[in-house]
Design a protein around this ligand. Structure first.
Ligand SMILES: Cc1ncc(COP(=O)(O)O)c(C=O)c1O
Length: 370
């Protein structure tokens, strides 16, 4: 290990650098959208929906306004509501739990696997009750959860599996893409995601034709036909300009994920045998490495040290969902793995334009600090 004597700046994510090489294509997409003036719906939305459904190996894709709406629309269309329980991993972004509460149902928070920090078949099984209607399987940090066991438990119990794939565009498990396992899967295209729009965006993918139609109706003011509103719905549509940008960026997703895998492998080499605990990759899994989450004894000390060295980091997440005041009323039992992880987890830079020299600088600084 070399001793780092210089300070350089390493960004957590560099969207300007990501977009620079495809700037002409994005400009052309914008010019075409303006010329066509198809800002809501239109050819870009239709082609993106088709391409994203195909990428996820699904029959249908419905573009919506963001990933949270996607979750809410799925639950509403599945008829999840008051009196129902929905199993949610405690270690997730709050949107997963928010959608359950918005539906009027009760989130039942469960613990996660200590190695991958993902929900497991065992934690789902232990939380089942007569009121369980669904489980939200979150492919957190870019890794598909162990779907074989989870789907088997859910099938046996007769509950629906909803995949929250907001962080897992292009990740695979047993050769199948994230989003291809449950009754439906949701994606966020928030700009920082592996596939990000130039603003907010989201999608639902499913093989269920009726479910897709119900979601499309609810997301468009409950409009059954042009002049007839069959349901009281909402406005949650994917913009034409966002779809145009997503069509450009989708062509690069696999290459960008490939670079994330190189970065992850480099970190793994550098941290081998150290005090840094990296996430375990599941057997038969090919993660998309949305986040590089490591656990260290003194997370806050390390984060401060990296900050002084010019290295941007994040915390995903500083509290498990049930420890936020918003969800404290659903906090019924200790969830030791998620609660412990929240104190130790730190997200290091990982993104498609991070250089391997920068990875070395981050790794050197981490190892010196430890
Ligand atoms: C796991 C997870 N679920 C849902 C969402 C919500 O997506 P959006 O911000 O597009 O509403 C996010 C976004 O950060 C997420 O990470």
């Amino acid at each position: 290990m070399s001793v780092t004597t210089t300070t350089q700046s390493v960004s957590f994510l560099d969207l300007a650098a990501l977009h620079a090489p495809i700037r002409d294509q994005l400009d052309a997409a914008w010019a075409e959208t303006l010329a066509h003036s198809s800002f809501i719906g239109g050819p870009h939305v239709e082609s993106f929906e088709q391409r994203w459904a195909a990428y996820c190996e699904r029959e249908h894709c419905v573009g919506v306004a963001n990933g949270t709406d996607a979750l809410e629309l799925v639950l509403a269309s599945l008829g999840v509501g008051p009196g129902d329980e929905v199993i949610v991993p405690a270690n997730t972004f709050v949107a997963t739990a928010e959608a359950v509460v918005t539906a009027g149902a009760t989130p039942v928070f469960v613990d996660v696997d200590p190695d991958s920090l993902l929900i497991t078949a065992a934690t789902v099984e232990a939380a089942l009750s007569a009121r369980t209607k669904a489980v939200m399987v979150v492919h957190l940090y870019g890794q598909v959860a162990a779907m074989d066991g989870i789907c088997a438990v859910a099938d046996e119990a007769g509950i629906r599996v909803v995949e929250d794939a907001a962080q897992a565009h292009g990740a695979r498990y047993r050769g199948r893409p994230a989003g291809s396992f449950g009754v439906a899967a949701t994606f966020s295209f928030y700009p920082g995601k592996n596939l990000g729009a130039l603003g907010d965006g989201g999608a639902v993918v499913t093989d269920d034709t009726e479910l897709a139609a119900a979601i499309r109706t609810l997301a468009n003011h409950g409009r059954g036909s042009h002049l007839l509103h069959t349901h009281s719905g909402r406005n949650s549509r994917l913009d034409g300009i966002q779809a145009a940008a997503l069509n450009v960026k989708l062509a690069h997703l696999d290459a960008w994920n490939g670079h994330r895998r190189l970065v992850h492998a480099a970190y793994r080499d550098r941290f081998e045998g150290s005090e840094v605990t990296m996430l375990t990759t599941l057997a038969s899994g090919t993660p998309a490495h949305h986040l590089e989450v490591v656990r260290v004894p003194d997370r806050d000390g390390l984060r401060a040290r990296l900050g002084r060295a010019g290295i941007a980091t994040g915390i995903h997440y500083a509290r498990p969902c049930h420890k936020h005041p918003a969800f404290a009323r659903f906090d019924v039992r200790p969830l030791v793995v998620a609660e412990t992880a929240a104190r130790h987890q730190l997200s290091l830079p990982i993104h498609p334009t991070l250089t391997l020299d920068e990875v070395d600088y981050v790794a050197d600084t981490v190892l010196e600090a430890l």
